[in-house]
Design a protein around this ligand. Sequence first.
Ligand SMILES: NC(=O)c1ccc[n+]([C@@H]2O[C@H](COP(=O)([O-])OP(=O)(O)OC[C@H]3O[C@@H](n4cnc5c(N)ncnc54)[C@H](O)[C@@H]3O)[C@@H](O)[C@H]2O)c1
Length: 305
Amino acid sequence: MLQQNIKHIGVIGTGVIGTSWATYFLSKGFEVTASDPAPGAEKSLRAAIAANDPTLPLNLLHFESDPEKAVRDVQFVQENGPERLAFKQELFKRLDACTDPSVLLISSSSGITPSEFQSHAKYPARILLGHPFNPPHLIPLVEVCGGKATSEEAIQQTLAFYTAIGKKPIRLNKEMKGHVANRLQAALWQEAFYLVQQGVASPEDVDLAISQGPGLRWALLGPFLNLYLSGGPGGIKHFLEHVGPSIQTWLNDLGKIEINDELIVLLSKNIDGMLEGKDISKIAEDRNRVLLALMNMKDKAENLP
Ligand SMILES: NC(=O)c1ccc[n+]([C@@H]2O[C@H](COP(=O)([O-])OP(=O)(O)OC[C@H]3O[C@@H](n4cnc5c(N)ncnc54)[C@H](O)[C@@H]3O)[C@@H](O)[C@H]2O)c1
């Protein structure tokens, strides 16, 4: 029987993602014990949470540098340590050995599959993936996926828990490198890099092609429902029958790209140029402010997913 009653959460690793998860869990009223061995980690964590949400009381936040002590009284663990297979296998082995088998042990990993990081544990049925999007205190999506040894009960409880606290979890029925959302992003990045490399458009215009074009719709509906609407009364069937042959020729023509030194220099030079005279922290502030307003509006639009 896994946990039904989650009150206290262990957040292991308090870098970019762990800090943001801790902010979110505290904002939902959970007690949080965080852990990170880096010198000064507790001070940085408290400062970063206060910066994320200055109204948040920090009396429910505890800190232990030792992860085993941090998970002593928790019912749910969100792991956000370094993205290295051997590290995660060893950490999950330790967390598994020092927690009751009813405690859900979740990793935020972007690229390591749950079958890999659960493989050294004695009770792997409660070990699975809960991959967030940066920053998790703002972006609702979490990708949930079990490994070979994860129980269906643990997957269902994790989906139910994230839903209950206001996240929008999706379930992956199969483990796949990069999960779902990053694979979709990678497909887009590949073509964005290619278009710049080929001199078809500047990085600034490629960005505008998304942020002032399809990106506006994608924040509201995904590719399938947007395609359905593009098909008029005939929906996606009509759209694909009508425009599909043309799309096939674009698909056949898409670029292949290699992320090598040459590409990194080309993109960073161009994008540094594009940012000249602009304050990136102000851009991030505006992005986060507008994002929150948009999400508030979405919450009130009952026909949007
Ligand atoms: N950055 C992103 O956009 C993003 C998005 C989704 C998921 N993730 C995943 O989240 C995880 C963390 O990524 P990040 O970007 O926050 O990395 P990060 O480098 O910012 O943070 C990693 C933290 O782990 C700490 N750490 C090192 N050894 C540790 C140990 N033994 N126990 C506990 N903590 C330890 C480090 O001190 C550091 O603070 C990774 O698995 C990554 O794939 C990252």
